[in-house]
Design a protein around this ligand. Sequence first.
Ligand SMILES: O=P(O)(O)OC[C@H]1O[C@@H](O)[C@H](O)[C@@H](O)[C@@H]1O
Length: 306
Amino acid sequence: MNGQLINELEELGGEIRPASLKKCDEIVIDQPGFSAIIALWGGHLKSFIPAGQEDLLFQSANHGGDGRFDRRHMGVPVCWPWFGANEDHDDYPAHGLARYFRWELIEAGRFKNGDVKIVIRLASENHPLIEEMWPLAFELRQVFRLSSKGFSINFSAANLSDKSMPISEALHTYFNVADNQVAEVHGLEQVTYVDKLDNNSRQKSDSLVTPCESMDRVYVSSPEEYEIRDPVFNRRLVMQVEGSQSTVLWNPGPELTKLRTDMEDDEYRRFVCVEAANVLTDAYEIAPGAIHQLKLKVRHKQLTES
Ligand SMILES: O=P(O)(O)OC[C@H]1O[C@@H](O)[C@H](O)[C@@H](O)[C@@H]1O
């Protein structure tokens, strides 16, 4: 990492925490209104804590294994260029490659209004293993905008190859909730979803989602705004998306969590994954030379605040 970037980061009240996760650095930003951590391993926004509040993002106490494709459940994993299992290679990791490689910091600064701006990049040409597993050249960027009101991620993918690139993807956010039994997801009422825990049957419901447990749903053609209400933390987490046609709602519940060696038995109680995605019928192709953007904006508000 070059010295100028480190100086720019320090001017923001930021620092590099060396070799913190999977032998990669983390960027730590400490501001009067919030603190945030971006792990360069996988390009995860790992933590975002507004002043005086609980983290908006969950981190598992279980660090998973040390292998490249062992996961740690936390923050905002980037699932790209495929979501779920790889259709052609059953030995490839679930949810693509982007979350398993080291991203690089390329910019640290501020937007005009003073919000913190951090830009990171993952280019296939820098990783021989990516080129072996996914022969179409690409460059990914995440532009993080961080302020006391919340965070946004502008994820972009450029197809640098001369072939169409088939994509299914998600910003697989692990939201931190005090108790999934009373947390509620609003805004997906009357939207058709594919229920992966019920033979991929298509369902629709009139009501908000609660408790947020033992569910694995893909809402297709979903709206651009939805939210989590957390009565214990007394807050709403309002999500606005662009470039995302699907929303995935996931919580493994007690039985599936017990079967996992990479999550503690009771941790399912403390997160809900609400994922800005393009999957199933919303999967798409990026034309040669084209760029696709997926944007997620998360604002925290008090429960009664409009
Ligand atoms: O890869 P992770 O972080 O363990 O997440 C796994 C889950 O991710 C969800 O997005 C999928 O819908 C689930 O089917 C899957 O089990």
